[in-house]
Write a protein that binds this ligand. Structure first.
Ligand SMILES: [Zn+2]
Length: 279
């Protein structure tokens, strides 16, 4: 699932290319992902312009000039792709859910400009709401502060952590605790913090709690730079090869060279180094 490092960059690219362009065409292939009547979706977006695209947690929020917001919860696989140009593909993807086309200027040498939303499992959810009703969007309205929210400083993070029980990895992937981190980056954060993923939060001492907060910031910022580089304009990509431990089971730990462990309780793959992250 896309997480902060990718979504951060994708939101920026979408803003750069789409802001101020009028939506001229909407083609809905799989209405199941759109959580409102298709006529309302079409009428709400046709002729509108996106002002900016913002990321919060794992949501992408497309703000329009009609004071409405297209809120996209990509879940496991949802993603956007350009429909033309060197960074996209004209051939429609079999799992396209909907396509938006934007005003382009052929006299200026502009080629067709548009995005398609693809989702193999149709698990993603797309909403169109008035900006003032954003707090009615499911999941979004329950999520805690974004992991990179400037107001979530170390003291605020530690305060929130006190309210959570159970295993530390479960808390990190829980959007109600903090939003934007999923399975991949929770593994990376815990590796960088030197904390075993199944550690009970109640057993973490102050020093390890502080280390967790710092590792979260360092890991997300480090990965965001690399992800931006690797994604470029190819906004459907989700580069993960550069990660230290996630999905690297059996490979040598980059820090101590012992084999990385991979286990999957609750059908969620967790990768970690037993030497660097002792239980
Ligand atoms: Zn190690």
């Amino acid at each position: 699932m896309p997480e902060i490092p990718e979504l951060q960059h994708i939101a920026r690219v979408l803003t750069e290319r789409l802001a101020g362009r009028t939506i001229t065409d909407i083609d809905i292939q799989k209405p199941i992902v759109i959580r409102l009547p298709r006529e309302d979706f079409e009428a709400g977006l046709l002729g509108a312009q996106f002002r900016s695209v913002e990321r919060t947690g794992k949501f992408l929020l497309f703000h329009t000039n009609r004071d409405s917001v297209l809120a996209v919860n990509p879940m496991l696989n949802g993603r956007f792709q350009w429909i033309s140009g060197p960074d996209g593909t004209r051939k429609s993807h079999a799992r396209t859910c909907f396509t938006l086309k934007f005003q382009h200027d052929q006299d200026q040498g502009d080629e067709e400009l548009g995005i398609r939303y693809i989702d193999e499992r149709y698990l993603g959810k797309v909403y169109l709401v008035d900006a003032e009703d954003l707090d009615r969007v499911p999941v979004l309205n329950e999520q805690g502060p974004d992991a990179l929210d400037p107001e979530l400083d170390e003291a605020a993070f530690l305060q929130r952590l006190k309210r959570y029980r159970g295993q530390v990895k479960n808390a990190l992937v829980n959007a109600k605790f903090i939003a934007g981190i999923g399975n991949a980056y929770s593994d990376e954060v815990l590796f960088n913090a030197g904390i075993h993923p199944f550690t009970k939060i109640s057993t973490l001492d102050d020093e390890r709690r502080a280390r967790l907060y710092r590792a979260m910031h360092e890991t997300l910022n480090w990965a965001a730079e690399i992800a931006a580089e690797e994604i470029g304009q190819k906004i459907d990509r989700k580069p993960r090869d550069f990660l230290n431990v996630h999905r690297k089971g059996g490979q040598p730990c980059p820090r101590c060279a012992s084999a990385i462990s991979e286990v999957s309780p609750n059908r969620r793959i967790t990768s970690f180094c037993r030497a660097c992250q002792p239980a």
